[in-house]
Write a new protein. Structure first.
Length: 154
């Protein structure tokens, strides 16, 4: 539901069916990311429309090619995630937000070795019905010692 400038989110009263739809979409996004974390991203391709548009600047093609790139990174292990790292990483979902056709998921790729810092990511999914039709992923490396006292995931 589009918002009008100055309108507060609390002023919008979603219908019960749109709340259920938002919950379904959030579940789909999290299930896909959990499959990535489990090393099985190909199993999540059924969540995507065949012509899903992707916005990853490093991968040419659609979701099949993006998932293939994810698998190649996972084959390299932690070295493929953070240069020089030897630790195994774990994907953790930190926050999930939904509004209208969009779901945003904030994730952390964490390492048992704090010197690796890890990665934080935001995944943005646009849905049509219960299929993902557009996908963005934004990644930021977390420094071992961040100058911000709030840290990346405190």
């Amino acid at each position: 539901m589009p918002r009008i400038f100055g309108e507060r989110m609390s002023d919008l009263k979603p219908s019960e069916s749109s709340e259920k739809s938002a919950d379904t979409r959030k579940d789909i996004a999290v299930k896909f990311l959990n499959l990535i974390g489990a090393g099985r991203p190909k199993e999540g391709l059924h969540f995507f429309a065949p012509a899903c548009k992707t916005h990853n600047p490093y991968v040419t093609g659609g979701m099949n090619e993006l998932v293939d790139a994810m698998i190649e990174v996972q084959k390299k292990g932690a070295e493929g995630i953070i240069k020089g790292s030897r630790a195994d990483f774990k994907l953790v979902v930190r926050h999930v937000l939904a509004e209208g056709d969009f779901v945003a998921v904030h994730t952390q790729l964490s390492s048992p070795d704090p010197r690796d810092g890890g990665l934080r990511q935001v995944h943005l999914f646009r849905f049509s019905a219960d299929k993902i039709v557009e996908y963005w992923d934004i990644t930021q490396q977390v420094p071992e010692k961040a100058p911000n006292a709030a840290a990346a995931f405190s």
